[in-house]
Design a protein around this ligand. Structure first.
Ligand code: ZN
Length: 187
């Protein structure tokens, strides 16, 4: 790869490094300050469409405030995605409190994250909506760097960061981070 040639601006098939702060109703809920800039392959829907669509043409050092409505972010809250589960289906030792996040495994072994939103003596209401569903997202962003993707990144349709590892599993690339503290970013 030729390191000297940097893309001039954000465009499809450019790896973008972006610093960001995410605010909802004026309150900061996420930021790249601790983990470092987010790296992604522009045009491959690595990030939410409402953000991806509003950064085309930006250059290194450019800053922008971007507002993303729910339909271009994490969708509207779906009332159908809230399910009452009998208390008896949970292990007795499990703490069942409002706000607790659980990973629910279905019959096929697929995992769905859920949040407990209500607890009664007989039932537990689980919310399978994304925690940011229904929210209008206010981003402060800065383009920190732009680079040409490697052929491998282009083929995979995503950027490979410094701590990036992946395994190929039945033709799909499973990504994970070396550092367990480095959680998946909401965008
Ligand atoms: Zn990959």
């Amino acid at each position: 790869m030729n390191e000297q040639i940097k893309p001039e601006m954000v465009a499809n098939d450019v790896v973008v490094s972006m610093a960001y702060t995410l605010k909802i109703n004026g309150e900061e809920v996420d930021s790249s300050e601790a983990s470092g800039p987010l790296e992604f392959l522009q045009g491959s829907h690595n990030i939410i469409t409402g953000l991806e669509n509003q950064i085309y043409g930006m250059k290194i050092g450019d800053t922008r405030q971007v507002v993303v409505l729910p339909e271009d972010g994490y969708g509207e809250v779906d009332p159908q995605a809230m399910i009452d589960v009998p208390r008896s289906e949970f292990p007795p030792e499990m703490p069942l409190e409002v706000g607790v996040e659980l990973d629910i495994r279905d019959e096929d072994g697929e995992i769905f994250p859920a949040t407990i939103v209500e607890v009664t003596p007989s039932t537990v209401k689980l919310d399978f909506n994304h925690p940011l569903a229904g929210e209008t997202l206010h981003f402060d962003i800065e383009i920190v760097d732009l680079r040409v993707p490697t052929p491998e990144e282009l083929a995979h349709g995503h950027a490979h960061g410094e701590h990036f590892h992946e395994d190929e599993f039945e033709g799909e690339f499973i990504e994970y981070f070396e550092d367990e503290d480095e959680e998946e970013k909401p965008i």
